[in-house]
Design a protein around this ligand. Structure first.
Ligand code: HEM
Length: 380
């Protein structure tokens, strides 16, 4: 254990996966340069995520539904959100996601370099999410521009920049909410309108609540989906045998393979908690009110659980933490898995081979973002 990170082990400018692989065996709990307690081991991350009384999710002064709520408040809002994420609720959209994927992959050039994170992942994520929520296709350039600005703000770590992109996103959400709320009877029949008509405790959701829920379904997840596509494409471009095998595999097998690739290289780095009382983690005394970071990327590669981190989808599935665990476990898991599988299948169907570009290797992201910044590939 180290109290504060010495300069030479600062994560700044480092690949977070490599960085946490190096720290984890020696330092299960570290404190970063802003005083957060950073949990790197699987057992500690799981224990904190499961103990939602002592590890509160009320980490932000902004309304965050449902991720910033605890206890009964969380339960009632989570019930609203879960209704939209069931297999039955999502069944009508799977064909739409497939149409989006097939059309996008058919438009990609063959034999010319293209970039998988921005050119495939981000575009697919925005189109699929617009198809689900009923948002107009002409929002696409604005959403793609916003994703880039958001990514740059996260990388910069500047609060003011982050606040500006958050405000920009709220104005995008406002452009879809305002016309619906102005005349709900004339609103199009889609998921966003359904949410506008929805209730919690028998009363309509407020505008602030609607904005927060929609921000959660899009703001963070579009970027995560794009990064996930980058990680998957990079893995498959480096493993032609696995790519070939997946062309014949069942949906269930493709899903297990996707989960395992993302476990090994989880681009959804972390979530925060705050302690409600003094706690002990790995023999370390941590006071009440301490800020805690659960590093999923590191926990997902903990050698105490995953040994040498060999690629083993079946063996490793039970301990996989890509979608979290406990009360806040990702309600969008089924949606994300379907979208990733549909995108991957369409890409594999559109190209006989996925190849890296000679002289332009994939570029890793650096802390605090995970996965790849760029994955240049060619379709053969
Ligand atoms: C591959 C993409 C995704 C990954 C890796 C991912 C991962 C996660 C993780 C690790 C958590 C736990 C957060 C915590 O414990 O504090 C979470 C929560 C959440 N995710 Fe996802 N997610 C993804 C996609 C999605 C999608 C597509 C949606 C919805 C459209 C979604 C909606 C949510 C929500 C609403 C929460 C908060 C749940 C709560 O607080 O009860 N996620 N996600």
């Amino acid at each position: 254990m180290i109290d504060h990170m010495p300069e030479d082990v600062s994560p700044a400018g480092r690949d977070l996966r490599a960085y946490t692989d190096q720290l984890r065996p020696l330092h299960p709990v570290i404190r970063n340069n802003v005083g957060d307690w950073v949990l790197l081991r699987h057992a500690d991350v799981v224990a904190a995520a499961l103990d939602d009384e002592r590890f509160s999710s009320a980490v932000s002064r902004h309304l965050q539904i449902p991720n910033g709520l605890d206890g009964a408040d969380h339960t009632r809002f989570r019930a609203v959100i879960d209704r939209y994420m069931t297999q039955d609720a999502l069944a009508p959209f799977l064909q739409k996601f497939e149409d989006v994927a097939v059309q996008l992959m058919a438009s990609l050039p063959h034999g010319k370099p293209l970039e998988a994170v921005g050119g495939i992942g981000a575009v697919f994520a925005v189109r699929a999410q617009c198809a689900w929520l009923g948002w107009p296709a002409d929002l696409e350039p604005r959403l793609l521009g916003w994703m880039e600005a958001n990514h740059a703000a996260t990388r910069s770590g500047e609060d003011q920049r982050t606040a500006q992109v958050a405000a920009d996103f709220d104005s995008i959400i406002d452009s879809v909410l305002a016309p619906r709320l102005a005349d709900i009877d004339a609103a199009p029949d889609d998921v966003t309108t359904q949410l506008c008509r929805d209730t919690v405790d028998g009363r309509p959701l407020s505008r602030a609540e609607l904005t927060s829920i929609l921000r959660n379904w899009t703001g963070g997840d579009l970027g995560s989906m794009a990064l996930c596509v980058g990680v998957l494409v990079a893995h498959l471009a480096g493993d032609a045998k696995l790519a070939g095998h997946l062309r014949q595999a069942s949906d269930a097998e493709v899903d297990r393979v996707i989960d395992e690739i993302l476990r090994l290289d989880d681009p959804f780095i972390s979530n925060r908690r705050v302690t409600t009382c003094p706690v002990q983690i790995n023999g370390r005394e941590i006071p009440a009110g301490a800020r805690i970071k659960l590093i999923w990327t590191s926990a997902n590669r903990d050698e105490a659980v995953f040994g040498e981190n060999n690629f083993a989808p079946d063996t490793n599935a039970a301990a996989n933490l890509v979608y979290g665990i406990g009360r806040h476990v990702c309600p969008g898991r089924y949606l994300a898995t379907c979208q990733l599988r549909i995108a991957l299948r369409a890409l594999l169907a559109a190209a006989e081979r996925l190849e890296f570009v000679a002289g332009d290797p994939p570029e890793r992201e650096v802390s605090p973002v995970g996965g790849y910044r760029r994955v240049p590939i060619m379709l053969g």
